[in-house]
Each structure stands twice: as C-alpha cells, then as structure tokens.
Design a protein around this ligand. Structure first.
Ligand code: UD1
Ligand code: UDP
Length: 366
C-alpha cells in the first residue's frame, strides 16, 4: 500500500503524527511518504513540531508559504500534482480544515486518488470562516471520514453523507498529548517564565475575525487590564504579531507577557499548569477539555460544541469586553474535572489504522 500524508500547518502536525506512526507500525513494508506544503514555515510553527513529535523528515517540501487564499490553495495544488503523479498513492491522508487540506483534497480527487480525512464532520455553520469551506469540501470528497465526536456524525448525516464513509474513532490530537504526557510534565515551562503553576491565564489568538481588525487593540487593552489581577502569558501567533505591529502607536503593553510561539512540549506544559486558557484556537479548546483546564473561547461560535457539553469550554462571543468576566467566572467554577468525551483516550490513530489497514486475521489467529 502506498500512502501520501499531506500536512502544512502547526495543528496538522499534532493531528497527523500519531496516524503516521500507527500506519507505519501496521504496514512496515508500505510506502509512507510525507508532503509538507510549507503553509507554515517558521521554525517555531513547523520544524520544532516535526522534531518533538517524532515525525520523519518530509519526503517532499512544497514551500508554498503565505499568500491570499487563492494563491496558497492554487500553489499547493500545482506543486502537489506532480508529487501524486510520481508517487501514485493508493490513498492520501490529510487532517483538519486549513488551506493545505482543501488543496490536497481537490488535487487528489481529480486524480482519482482516495482521500482519508482526519477530524471530519466539524461545522461552525459560519461560512465566513475560511475553514468551514475547507471542511465541507474535504468531507464531500473524502472516502474515509474519521470523526472525533458524535455530533460530527449528525453534521455529516444532515449533509446526506452515507454511513459507510464515516468512522467514529476519537481524537488524534489527544493521542499526541497522551503519548507525550511524561515529556510534557518534565518540560516545566512555567518555572522558566517565572510563573507559578495554577496562577496564570494562558492566551492564544489568531483568527482573522478577531486579530485582522479593530478588535485586536481592544483585546490587548482588556488583557492588560486583566494582568493586574492575574499573570497573563500570550505566545503570539505570527499572524497576530504582524497585525499588532501594524496597529497605530503599537507599544508592548505593560504587565502582559507577550512571547514567541512555543514548541509543543513547552506549550502543553504551560497549558497543563494554567489556571485557565483564553483562546480562539480549535485544538486548544480540545486539549483544555481533555486536561480539565477552564477554557474561555473568544469567538462567536465553535465547531467543537463537544468541548462545551463535555468539557470546560465557555463561549465568550466575539467580544473583548467579556475578558473582564473571567476572574468571576473562575471563582464560581466547580473544581471537578469532567470525563473526556468518548474515545478521546489516546488510541484514535490505532482505530484509524484498524480501518485503513485491518490486521491480517491469519496472523492474529496464528
Ligand atoms: C492557518 C489556518 C487556520 C489555523 C491556523 C493554525 C487557513 C485558512 N487558516 O491560519 O485554520 O487555525 O493556520 O495556526 O488555512 N506566518 C508567518 N510564519 C509562518 C506562518 C504564517 O509569519 O510560519 C504569517 C504570515 O504573515 C501569514 C500569516 O501568518 O500571512 C497567516 O498565515 P496562514 O497560514 O495564511 O494562516 P494562519 O492565520 O496561520
Ligand atoms: N500550540 C503550540 N504552541 C503555541 C500555540 C499552540 O504548540 O504557541 C499547539 C496547541 O497546543 C495545539 C496546536 O498548536 O496542539 C493548535 O494550533 P493552532 O491553535 O495554531 O491551530 P488551530 O487548532 O486553531 O487550527
């Protein structure tokens, strides 16, 4: 079996690393080729993840870089097509909902290559989100749709997708977290930043709806204000850094710890030890749910309502003023940690391997 795995952004590496490992273990004689589209390219957005998560060096680097949606998607398609021609894969595996995902799915389907979509069925029902368009396309054309929650199944059913394509396997991002738990615990990132575990708010924000317009300045002002009550540490995504620098009269706000994006182990160490998280990230809503860390999501909606129902997530709305409510909400919050959602147990990738490459029954009975 010849498999092509296409990844391109920070969350893609986290979701795909355990799938590649499970598939390689299951099919040691198979061809497992990795394509890195280059959508994310800074060392702290890319290389550090490959190293820490033990992803083998990519076989193909497409180096598409940044650009408009059309440029990024078109460049990826143009550069992926000859790779598919050369590799002739039986299957292309792609995670998530980024532009690299969209481009990979469109290229593969037009070349008659079957697609496995990891993290299928999420819907925000907000078509102004670029990711929503990407998800719908990936699920429309994917042959194997791997779902991490029951609600994903009802979303796909409502779009007329047949049950034979859907597989409820759990969350591969949580597989990575579980696999690296000991190394995360050993990282002790809080101490290196002079933060006491359980005391601080960890912030990440990068969605265009929040950071590409006037809400960014308002959000930073609210965070500065909050920093008088509790330490606030904010590893800044490159999109957000670019938008901060473009603000009129931008100066580093006092009291806020604005730092570079962190590698996976340091970030998860900070997340595990945080009093709470404020984010607009998809993945961090899920990790906080698993870890039982209170999460406040600064968005109008979430494609991951499972994190609200089963977890610790509170949707604040797209409203920076709501940041001021966090201390009171924390004071009222029960201390108990909800059970993680079903199948968020560290074994989702093995279930994917069971479906894509079922164990040989003769070997099992031998
Ligand atoms: C992308 C995804 C988003 C995902 C996020 C994860 C799309 C449409 N968006 O958003 O769904 O949640 O990744 O982090 O695919 N930049 C750098 N260095 C890098 C990468 C980006 O400086 O290594 C800067 C560039 O100025 C670039 C901007 O960040 O223009 C945005 O990058 P892009 O990949 O287009 O979108 P993200 O905001 O990262
Ligand atoms: N992450 C990280 N360092 C950071 C910020 C995030 O390692 O400075 C990890 C985070 O723990 C999660 C993934 O990156 O595993 C989420 O990526 P991001 O928020 O960029 O994307 P999204 O999930 O919103 O698509």
């Amino acid at each position: 079996m010849r498999i092509l795995y296409v990844v391109g952004t920070r969350p893609n590496f986290v979701k795909t690393a355990p799938v590649i490992a499970a598939m390689r273990a299951r099919l040691p004689e198979g061809r497992h080729a990795i394509v890195h589209t280059g959508q994310h390219y800074d060392r702290l957005m890319s290389e550090v993840f490959l190293e820490e998560l033990g992803v083998p060096a990519p076989d193909f680097m497409l180096e598409v870089g940044s650009g408009s949606h059309a440029q990024q998607t078109a460049r990826t398609m143009e550069r992926l097509e000859p790779v598919i021609e050369q590799e002739k894969p039986d299957l292309l595996v792609v995670p998530g909902d980024v532009n690299s995902t969209l481009a990979a799915v469109l290229t593969a389907v037009k070349m008659d290559v079957a697609v496995a979509h990891v993290e299928s069925g999420l819907r925000s029902f907000d078509l102004t989100m670029p990711e929503e368009v990407n998800r719908i396309v990936a699920d429309r054309f994917g042959s194997h749709l791997f779902l991490h929650s029951e609600e994903a199944m009802s979303n796909l059913r409502a779009e007329g997708i047949g049950p034979e394509r859907m597989h409820f396997v759990g969350n591969t991002m949580i597989d990575t977290l579980v696999a690296l738990e000991e190394r995360i615990a050993a990282a002790e990132a809080a101490a290196r930043l002079d933060l006491s575990p359980g005391s601080y708010l960890l912030v990440t924000l990068h969605r265009p709806a929040l950071v590409d317009g006037p809400l960014l300045a308002e959000t930073v002002a609210q965070l500065s204000h909050l920093a008088r009550q509790m330490p606030v540490v904010f590893p800044v995504h490159p999109r957000t850094r670019k938008m901060m620098k473009a603000l009129d009269d931008w100066t580093e706000p006092e009291g806020l710890l604005l730092i570079e994006p962190l590698g996976y182990l340091d970030f998860l160490s900070l997340e595990t030890d945080a009093r709470a998280v404020l984010t607009d990230s998809g993945g961090i809503q899920e990790e906080a749910t698993y870890l039982g860390i209170p999460c406040f999501t600064l968005r109008a909606n979430t494609e991951r309502p499972v994190t609200v129902q089963h977890g610790t997530n509170t949707l604040l709305g797209l409203d920076p003023a709501a940041i001021a409510e966090i201390p009171a909400a924390l004071a009222e919050r029960p201390a108990d940690r909800p059970e993680p959602p079903p199948l968020w147990d560290g074994h989702a990738s093995e279930r994917i391997a069971d479906i894509l490459a079922p164990p040989d029954p003769e070997l099992l009975s031998a």
